[in-house]
Structure formats: C-alpha cells, structure tokens
Design a protein around this ligand. Sequence first.
Ligand SMILES: C[S@@+](CC[C@H](N)C(=O)[O-])C[C@H]1O[C@@H](n2cnc3c(N)ncnc32)[C@H](O)[C@@H]1O
Length: 252
Amino acid sequence: MRTVPPYTVLAGIYDYVMRHVPYEAWAVYVATVVERYMPEARRLLEFGCGTGSLAFSLEALGYEVWGADSSEAMLRVACKKADLRGSAIRWIEADVRGPVEQVADRNLDVVLMLHDGLNYLLDPAELEGAIRNMARLVRPGGLVIFDISTPENSRRNLHDFEEEVETADFRYRRRNDFDPQTRLHRTIFEVYLEGSWWREEHRERAYSQQEIDTILSRIPELEHLATWEEFTYRRPRRDAERLLYVMRRWGG
Ligand SMILES: C[S@@+](CC[C@H](N)C(=O)[O-])C[C@H]1O[C@@H](n2cnc3c(N)ncnc32)[C@H](O)[C@@H]1O
C-alpha cells in the first residue's frame, strides 16, 4: 500500500465521504452571520475550500467567491464541478499561512475557513500565524470567520471510530484515534481506487476555547465580535464540540 499526503487520493472520494454534510444549510448560517455584522459584504474568500461544496452554496446566495486550498487534488475536483455548474468561482492553490497574490488588491469583505481546516495546524504558533494572515487579507472593517473542533468533539465522536465502506467504484477504511494529552487526533484512510490501495494519514490538533481566546488576545488588529457553538447563536457550553469565531479587522 502506497502512502500519499493528506487530500491526495481522498480527493477522489471526498464528496462521498462527506455526503451527510448539509453544505447548503452551512452556507445559510454563514450568510446570516455575515449579514448580522457586515450586510454590505459581497467578496468572500474561503480557505480550505476542498472540493468546493460550501463555496458553491455561498455563490448561489449571491457572493463573489474565491476558493483557496493547499491541496491541488481537491482543487482539481472543485474545478471539474465548477465547469459542470457554470460557476464563476476562482480557485487558488494556497496555504492559509502564506500570501495569496491573486487577491492582494481585491478588497475582500470576508475571509473564512470552516470544517476543521485550522485544526490541521498542529502548533498554536502556526495557528496564530494563519489567523494573522487571514486578517491581513481582508480589507479594514472586513470579517474573519473560522471554526475549530474541540477536544470534546474528538473525545466524544471521533476517538476509536472505525468504518469500512464499499461502493461500486471504490472501497475505503477509516480509523481515528485521539490522544487527550497531546490533543492530537489522527485519522488513517486506506482507499482502494482504480486498482490500487492508498494510505493517507491526517493529523489534526483539537483546540479548546481558552487556547483560541489566548491566541486571539495576541492579535490586536482583530476585534473579537462573537464566539458561538457552531450552527447556533449560543455562547459555547463547557462541552461544546465545535466553535465558531467571528472577528473584524479594525478600520474601514
Ligand atoms: C476537512 S477538509 C474541508 C473541506 C471543505 N471546507 C468542506 O467543508 O468540505 C479540510 C481542507 O482544508 C485544507 N487544508 C488543510 N490545511 C490547509 C492549509 N494549511 N492551508 C489551506 N488549506 C488547508 C485541506 O486540503 C482540505 O481540503
């Protein structure tokens, strides 16, 4: 079995693996949040856009959308889907920690990263750098919105989780484990596709609300507007599984 980097072979089956995710409802939630704090917002960049499912739903709600991801294979799937739909989204291969020249002069109203993208940053210093970078990319007065999966989510839903799936076109096995000490969460995908077995090892770090708040307190260029349990407008309970952060770059 050949080991490849995360989101290489998985790109080919990702939409199947995520078939339960209600992206349209997520987009409505994002739009409601944006409407609340910046009703005039139109231009939005989604980091970690993957195969584009959320980005398409945001475009359908009227936003001008850029989709950025560090995985070329995921973006290739997104591009194919965009051709079929006649979508105008511009796709950019880019890391959330680095510059994105393609949008340097675009006056983005919103920069967004949802669905665990930031959990792939294993070191809090890297996460801080990524949030600072998102703040640099959005225009003064614009919004930075991201979510975080917490240790509670890993402990409750993902620890020791295993599944094995077979369809007419592929097979895959998925195994998760979580170390509460290091907060590292590992997912192994073994995928049988086009006559071969492939293996990907995904490593994520769960972050608590306190850790994120500490990081945000070191980024004075962002005003902290809200932290909610994701998909609600509720302050997070102690056992919240996913947190949504809404920040505004000062100025504008
Ligand atoms: C769980 S997937 C979510 C994809 C998509 N947002 C969705 O909801 O279907 C995480 C995505 O984040 C991307 N990603 C991980 N680390 C990244 C980084 N440092 N910069 C940009 N994208 C990253 C991965 O390539 C992957 O497409």
